[in-house]
Design a protein around this ligand. Sequence first.
Ligand SMILES: Nc1ncnc2c1ncn2[C@@H]1O[C@H](COP(=O)(O)OP(=O)(O)OP(=O)(O)O)[C@@H](O)[C@H]1O
Ligand SMILES: [Mg+2]
Length: 391
Amino acid sequence: LLHREQEIDHLAAVLSTALRGETPSNVFVYGQTGTGKTAVAKYIGREIEKINRRGTGIMQRVSHIYINCKIVNTTYGVLANIGNSFIRNWGEDLIPFTGWPTEKVYEQLKRRIDEVNGVAIIFLDEVDQLFYNSGDDVLYYLSSMNSDLSEAKISLIGISNDLRFTELLNPKVRSRLGEERITFKPYKASQLYDILVDRAESALKPGTWDDGVIRLCSALAAEENGDARKAIDLLRIAAEITDRDGASRIGEEHVRRATVQIERDVVSEVISDLPLQQKLVLLAITIENLAAGEKLITGEVYRTYNILARRLNMNVLTQRSISGMVSELDMLGIITAKLISKGRYGRTKEIALAVDPKLVRNVLQNDQILSELIGTLKGKALDGWKQISLI
Ligand SMILES: Nc1ncnc2c1ncn2[C@@H]1O[C@H](COP(=O)(O)OP(=O)(O)OP(=O)(O)O)[C@@H](O)[C@H]1O
Ligand SMILES: [Mg+2]
């Protein structure tokens, strides 16, 4: 795995401590999204398997378990999954997926790990999801398990792109989980370049790409946040656009268009994930924006929101709540809101849409509840929804 040799070596060192018979540390792996954390965990898993298949030796005693806590996010689920992965002989029953008291699952898990009598490396990827869903009980159990085991040893590798949750952990759990810390730094342009060349060679037809295109994609992704996923997406989408164009080579132009498309996809996703009331506020801003074509103030947005909410028979929130939602939309980068003074009339927010209004309309139209409302607006309004305030 390119440019993660140090991080892999560090994790391997933790493992070798265990193989020497010492108690291994738990490790907390932190890094922003797309810095290769999951890729490294899977790589180590594959290496361990390779060695196990090869036969004898000290590494025979190493096993690994990978759990994505976005999917398995309960205390019970995590314990049962780990326990079941230790079942060597077919005769033994699986831990059922529900029903046992947690204590019993924990006891079984411990017994099975001890029976195998080796070193178990347990990857908990996206471990923040486990915490947010189920608290820190399971992390408490697992991070202190070595003192309960008589033969075997485990090393817990928690992986996350979120540091906030670590501050919410019970201090004991926090220090145990983070006995060692590894931080994955964002990739630099030159590193992304190597990763992309590797990808291009295996995924793209020869002759359809060149050095310049790869350099551009890596520079753009490095500029933003050094996210390998972004860089790979950029190249992939540029290739798709090239294909659609019927062109034979990816050019700078295709990469530029790919950045626009990615940006649109991100905005669309943010908007479609908003709660309904907030979508309604955004709809109000968009309507006003199309009508006035300039900056709005909170009062205007509130008036339109009010009409829309009543038409949907929804609870009409106070202007104060709406103002809070406006700030959130601002933080998400969908609108800009600037506090201005209106002299003796006090202060208000000056609001402008920061994204393409047509994009907003299209995304909101996909909302089941809003699509009908938007449909009725279109008929009456000029070029969108100009006469909404008359409805
Ligand atoms: N060093 C690398 N060499 C090759 N491909 C890489 C490398 N690092 C990351 N990638 C690729 O980039 C993408 C994102 O990496 P990965 O999923 O490991 O990120 P992550 O750090 O786990 O991000 P998140 O915090 O969002 O889970 C994957 O497709 C992965 O295969
Ligand atoms: Mg990941």
